[in-house]
Ligand binder design. Structure first.
Ligand SMILES: Cc1cc2nc3c(=O)[nH]c(=O)nc-3n(C[C@H](O)[C@H](O)[C@H](O)COP(=O)(O)O)c2cc1C
Length: 185
């Protein structure tokens, strides 16, 4: 089954593996459209995405590394450099955000679950397009609102790094699914 093949081929592919090939706008749009089909309780559609490219993206990288410098208790020059370099190496990054329903009509965890399913859709379509990607949930995302204005009730849940890559990536062999399943007959 084609879908299953895509699911088992999906991997986290990190910026150090990216080449400089730009991602076409149509492909980015397709990835974002796929996200929009995620299931959503009470049709709140809580996923919000900020697509950062070019200078804006690189400025965000500088902002994040400075934030790291000013907030960490244990500074590492290597980490400082790699934060901005990883963003520079990415062809695009997408800030994964969640917009809380103003009526709080469903629990927050359900909205986070919906956003996560939207991200999985993006990740699978990226896999199909041979675009490497991964979800980073660094603590630094708590400062995103200092760089990009977020709406009331909007929260950043991570950074989706994206870029083409050259090296072949092997499938991850997960632990046995049988160990996570109980059958009741
Ligand atoms: C919600 C979420 C947050 C993640 N945050 C990070 C992160 O901050 N840093 C990182 O290196 N990987 C992060 N990952 C990627 C996981 O490390 C990766 O999915 C896991 O190692 C399995 O590898 P695979 O995606 O190639 O199957 C995150 C994944 C998810 C789903």
């Amino acid at each position: 089954m084609k879908l299953f093949q895509t699911i088992e081929s999906r991997r986290s592919i990190f910026p150090r593996q990216y080449n400089n090939r730009p991602i076409k706008k149509e492909d980015l749009k397709l990835i974002l459209k796929a996200a929009n089909f995620a299931p959503t309780h009470k049709k709140t559609e809580p996923w919000r995405f900020k697509v950062l490219q070019n200078v804006y993206k690189n400025d965000f990288g500088k902002f994040l590394s400075e934030k790291y410098k000013n907030t960490t208790a244990k500074f590492s020059e290597f980490k400082f450099e790699s934060i901005s370099n990883n963003i520079k190496r990415s062809s695009a990054i997408i800030l994964i955000c969640m917009q809380r329903d103003p009526l709080n009509s469903i629990p927050e965890w359900e909205e986070i679950a919906s956003v996560s399913m939207a991200v999985q859709n993006m990740w699978l379509v990226s896999t199909e397009l041979n675009i490497g990607s991964y979800w980073s949930s660094s603590k630094l995302i708590d400062h995103v609102h200092e760089f990009i204005k977020l709406k009331k009730g909007e929260r950043c849940l991570g950074i989706f790094y994206m870029g083409y890559y050259d090296k072949k990536v092997t499938k991850r062999i997960p632990g046995s699914y049988e160990d996570k399943v109980c059958w009741f007959k």
